[in-house]
Ligand binder design. Structure first.
Ligand code: AMP
Length: 423
């Protein structure tokens, strides 16, 4: 089978790395991919949001499956685009239809969905520019800190936590009245601040049932000890020590099962990954957010722990036969360290030559912001390369990743040295 994978980050390199190991694959194409994905398949210069371009490529290259890495094409309706096209409708698309991707595409939709199905999440209210006054009054009678969320996709930047009421009022004004996040902040959710420890839980769903995948913890802040601005993610580990059986039973019973049943009851056809961003508060799980795809950099720790043929799992997802599959998990631990460009997550440098890749042993390099230039690999994004390793403990896995992170070189390279510090 020929497979087309959409996206260009470390998540797509990890998914592609695994997919390329399947004996079912003849050709793997990645659109647009990066320098790393060109080692496991063929990069195609197509945007994941160029639906007519994708259509033509799929027909010209006899593509038998499309795997969607990032959220935007899903929220923009790529799965619906395939279903509505006579020539494409029977080609499996891994990722939910637009209406189901709204679990991530609209935080208000996600919150209302959780309320309808009794899924634990922070208490909240939503505001638009028509009831800004009520929003201000709500802030005045609430306690700090204040969690303000833009409703729509905002490239991971749409959540602002304000320590004081003054800042919260200004932020609300800026989101609603000055379109701080464009159309994404036309609706703003203000919610209760939850205190606890976060983790990411993943399932594959075929619209009827689900299979639990290994969980992970990611590290979003740029600085050591979780300080400084948020990034796309600086590292991850799997499994997560505090996600013990008792806790995971609560997660399945209170969150995953009601979500899958809720999707079914609302006729939302969900065939793909569901990412549950959770927080453990006094031993109980709450949903911080849903995502309609794998996480990044969680994928770089989770995918290497899945021993199944990923193409088999995806075929079972699309034919709604997932019930018959058993997820085989590598018992070893994984730890991922992200190397980023100087200046990231603000203005960052690009075009720096990456060297010493040939020195890496016992880790996998998942490329993110890299591209080929003549015979060199150069940086082309803020997050550049994820270094992932296995070990018999988190420490052993991370020690290997750190040894190799220190060997890889490019000018201005930065990474956090404390991934997993809180476990
Ligand atoms: P999100 O984009 O929804 O994942 O939010 C980004 C980050 O903001 C989360 O990973 C949390 O660290 C934090 N956050 C979001 N909502 C809350 C909340 N209700 N209470 C505490 N922290 C939150």
């Amino acid at each position: 089978m020929n497979i087309l994978l959409l996206g260009s980050g470390g998540r797509e390199h990890a998914i592609g790395w695994k997919v390329s190991q399947s004996p079912k694959v003849d050709n793997l194409f990645i659109a647009p991919g990066n320098a790393g994905t060109s080692d496991i398949g063929k990069n195609v210069p197509l945007s994941p949001n160029d639906f007519p371009g994708i259509r033509q490529f799929v027909l010209d290259n006899n593509i038998g499956m499309v795997i969607v890495g990032p959220e935007d094409p899903l929220v923009n309706g790529i799965h619906n685009f395939f279903l509505e096209d006579e020539q494409l409708k029977n080609i499996p698309v891994i990722g939910p239809v637009k209406q189901a991707a709204m679990l991530e595409g609209s935080k208000e939709f996600g919150k209302h969905f959780m309320n309808r199905h009794g899924i634990p999440t922070a208490a909240y209210r939503t505001f638009t520019k028509d009831n800004l006054d009520e929003g201000i009054a709500f802030i005045n009678r609430s306690c700090p800190p204040y969690v303000l969320k833009a409703d729509g996709l905002a490239a991971g930047k749409g959540v602002v936590i304000c320590p004081t009421a003054d800042e919260a009022r200004l932020e609300l004004h800026s989101m609603l009245m000055e379109s701080k996040f464009g159309a994404a902040s036309a609706i703003v959710i203000i919610e209760e601040f939850l205190i606890g420890i976060e983790l990411s839980v993943f399932v594959l769903s075929d619209g009827k049932t689900y299979k639990l995948l290994p969980e992970a913890k990611d590290y979003k802040k740029i600085g050591e000890g979780d300080t400084g601005p948020n990034t796309g993610g600086m590292g991850s580990v799997s499994p997560v020590s505090f996600a013990d059986k008792q806790f995971m039973d609560k997660v399945e019973k209170r969150i995953i099962i009601p979500t899958i049943e809720g999707l079914k009851n609302e006729n939302l056809d969900y065939r793909g990954f569901i990412f549950f961003g959770l927080i453990k508060v006094d031993g109980d799980p709450y949903v911080i957010e849903y995502n309609c795809r794998m996480g990044d950099p969680e994928a770089e720790s989770v995918i290497p722990r899945i021993q199944n043929d990923l193409v088999d799992l995806f075929l079972a997802v699309s034919s709604q036969q997932l019930e018959k599959e058993v997820i085989l998990t590598d018992p070893r631990f994984t730890g991922t360290v992200m190397l980023v460009s100087k200046g990231y997550p603000d203005q960052y440098e690009k075009g720096k030559v990456i060297t010493k890749q040939e020195n890496i042993k016992d880790s996998i390099l998942f490329h993110a912001g890299t591209k080929r230039e003549a015979d060199k690999v150069v940086t082309s994004g803020g997050r550049v390369i994820a270094v992932s390793s296995w070990g018999s403990s988190i420490k052993e896995a991370l020690d290997t990743s750190y040894r190799n992170a220190g060997l890889l070189d490019f000018e201005g390279r930065y990474y956090r040295t404390d991934i997993g510090f809180d476990l």
